[in-house]
Design a protein around this ligand. Sequence first.
Ligand code: BTN
Length: 323
Amino acid sequence: MRKLILRALQQEGHISGEQLGRKFNISRTAVWKHINELRKKGYEITSSPRLGYSFVKSTDLLLPEEISLGLNTHFIGKHVLYREEVTSTQDVAGELAQRGVEEGMVVISERQTRGRGRKGRSWDSPAGGGIYLSIVLRPNFSLTQVIQIPLIAGVAVSRAIKRVTPLQPRIKWPNDITIGGKKVGGILTETSSEIDRVNYIVLGIGINVNTQRSLLPEPIRVVATSLAEECGEYVSRVRFLQCLLAEFETLYNEFLVSGFDTIRKEWKALDNTIGSWVKVSSGEEEIEGEALDIDREGFLLIRKKDGDVKRIISGDVSLEHTC
Ligand code: BTN
């Protein structure tokens, strides 16, 4: 009912409580209660004796009803679970995946108390400006292709940034999304698999959209930024999220049908790692050398000083200088 009232208000601009009551066959008190609930969710709705209720502004909360309005995907984000606070959207999506939820389910939260990043690090997730989401995927492919999923997600995030802002994002291998050398988003994949079969993947994406840097801890503040900070204006999280889900679905479908080749080309055009002298910490090892390429499977190729070329599946890259 609340959703219907919201749509009527958005379509009409203003409408009286009596008209709404008649339209939906409920009392004016019931209408009033629904309007108050909508206000609590952040919708700005005024009321006056002459005009009745007037719709002023949508909420920027990432509510499923806001996301679904205008989302033109077939399966990614068709079902969205929204929570104000979670430990990590990865935990919630992982449990749902385990229970057999369908591919494309999205879990989204305003705030994470134990958001996690790659390599066991934490991901600071304050409320009020970030997007924290996890998508359940059930691809029918082998384990070797799993490492390409975060690279595909990186391209989707970059496309969404370009659609919604005038910014030019870059990707630092494997999947740090950066603007002007500072990190604006990160991607984490967690996989449940058997010997050569993927049960499901939980793809987690965190983006600082309107995040105030002052809310991030000191060491992170220096190396991180947000979309709003970089483009100097507020960015609609709802619109950004809709673009991201649509871009990801397009790329994921392309990947399932035609493989990684074309996406790899786009990834390489966004990359700022190749051609640089890098230090990579991968497990116990630290490898230094020139980043040559990412290969067809998504591995980073590094030529060390002695000419030996190493193929790296995952690691933390620091860019030293261009070669
Ligand atoms: C990284 O760069 O280290 C990856 C960060 C991934 C953060 C996202 S936020 C949504 C999802 N839930 C989490 O706990 N982590 C991912």
